[in-house]
Design a binder for this molecule. Structure first.
Ligand SMILES: CC(C)(COP(=O)(O)OP(=O)(O)OC[C@H]1O[C@@H](n2cnc3c(N)ncnc32)[C@H](O)[C@@H]1OP(=O)(O)O)[C@@H](O)C(=O)NCCC(=O)NCCS
Length: 206
């Protein structure tokens, strides 16, 4: 298979939704667990590609998207942009479920109503990211390559740090983040928050 990394194109959006859904549990089958297959992508993938397309990079195998890294330079600003431009129509489309509804769809709809976390608790790490590769693309160094491409873009934009969240049970991803240089910032309610400070040319010369 011929793998390559390229900038996001708008025609990639359906593939981002699919990859987001298919990798949510590290690659285990999940499609049957969501009656609406778009819910995850509405929150974890599409708003980044649409609102910050220049920070979205796509991994292809033989030309077909099979992975991505995407995120925001400024988590607080991204949250505000999502409130203005992204979540309104989704909140109308997906009304808040009853508290008794414990389905996975209901959990995602509650997140859509809660909005993106502000990120203000990590002021030294204002950017955040998500990275997902389909199983056939994992383990070959492409996650590291995507991460390197994304971090290069943040450094060029003089961003001072980046954070991310990962489930405590996603042991493979935790190992990956530690191998590529992230350090644990916080553990909280089944999630681990990792961060990386970024040296830019300006800061390293200061
Ligand atoms: C986690 C993920 C992004 C890693 O990408 P990848 O292409 O598989 O990882 P790479 O091959 O680039 O590995 C980079 C380094 O991390 C290590 N690593 C990656 N996955 C690992 C695992 N499961 N266990 C231990 N180490 C791992 C590699 O050994 C490698 O170390 P080295 O470069 O020092 O030799 C990818 O496997 C993935 O998308 N998984 C499913 C979705 C997911 O969990 N996303 C994260 C959600 S928070």
């Amino acid at each position: 298979m011929d793998f390559a990394i390229r900038p996001y194109q708008p025609s990639d959006l359906p593939s981002l939704y699919r990859i987001c859904l298919e990798t949510v549990f590290g690659g285990a089958p999940v499609i049957a667990q969501y009656s609406d297959p778009d819910l995850l992508g509405h929150f974890y993938a599409a708003p980044y590609a649409v609102l910050e397309p220049d920070l979205c990079f796509v991994l292809t195998s033989d030309g077909a998207p099979c992975g991505y890294v995407l995120g925001t330079r400024d988590t607080a600003g991204f949250r505000a942009a999502c409130e203005l431009e992204w979540f309104g129509v989704l909140r109308t489309r997906y009304p808040l479920p009853l508290e008794t509804d414990k389905s996975r769809d209901a959990a995602m709809i509650r997140l859509i109503h809660a909005g993106q976390p502000s990120g203000l608790e990590f002021p030294d790490h204002p950017a955040h990211l998500h990275i997902d590769l389909l199983p056939h693309a994992q383990g070959g160094g492409w996650g590291r390559a995507l991460m390197t491409r994304f971090l290069k873009e943040l450094r060029a934009a003089d961003v001072r740090g980046v954070h991310l969240g990962v489930g405590t049970r996603n042991v493979g991803a935790v190992r990956f983040y530690e191998r590529v240089g992230f350090v644990l910032l916080k553990e909280d309610n089944g999630a681990l928050w990792y961060g990386m400070k970024l040296e830019t040319n300006e800061r390293s010369q200061a």
